[in-house]
Design a protein around this ligand. Sequence first.
Ligand SMILES: [Fe+2]
Length: 316
Amino acid sequence: MLIKEIYNLSIKMGIEADFRGKEGIKKFLERKKEKYEKLSEKEKEEFDKDALENPYLDSRIYHIAQDKEVKKVLTGIDIEPAEILIAKEIGGIDLVIAHHPIGKGLAHLADVMDLQCDVLSFYGVPINIAEGLMNERIEEVARGVNKLNHQRTVDAAKLLKVNLMNVHTPCDNLAAKFLKDLIEKKKPERIGDLINLLKEIPEYKEAMKIGAGPKIFVGAPENRCGRITLTEITGGTEGSPKLYEKMANAGIGTVVAMHQSEEHRKEAQTANVNVVIAGHMSSDSLGVNLFLDELEKKGIEIIPCSGLIRISRIEK
Ligand SMILES: [Fe+2]
């Protein structure tokens, strides 16, 4: 596979697993096109044209040093200059794939957060409330990533002539869909049952060995789960802390999240919404693995690094 083919596959898989469905994504892109058409010539020049075709602006190709058949990839959750050096040191790496956004993808992280409004609405939070609270938070995240050194890793890749891309929200969508399907199938009744269900997933089993397994942040093992939602697995980064009260009003009993800040945890507690933290690197690994399996099927060798717990689900 060529780099662009690998990238296109990731976007396609992300769309297939997306809470919004193919129709929802189509509408999302159409709205961007309408906005673009209304811009002045000068504004059109400044506009990021990728936005017209790619619903996941936090996932990009950053550098193609040599566009050749990819046979071996180095892939990890966070790719920094150290990992680019590791790729060089190992040798024979055709492409480095990061999970978390870097470069332009990091600068556009807030763009994918609109997805959370649709996820919340899917679970019964009125869309006007989800949008109102999320819009505030999206602006906050956009300002937050503004100050970062976006190009650091990209510059290292350019200097060392390493091919570099990242896949963020498409993989998080895969993790969210995997967990949603499993939870809906097994229907855990109590929080303890939910934790035990998660602990059967190999990525979480591995994370437990280093003390990073699934944990209860709000609630107790004997609490009933009520309606379990996957509102905090995909959609960029944490949503608004003000959402928990609205979620409780919408009939949500338990949230399964990748990670949670203390401010969010306190708000969830006040709203009596149980919170189960599946784990950050492990949940990211789950989504990335589901994508990497497709590359492995095509004969690409995968070398995991930087916190990626590589589990292959391919029957051999
Ligand atoms: Fe993450």
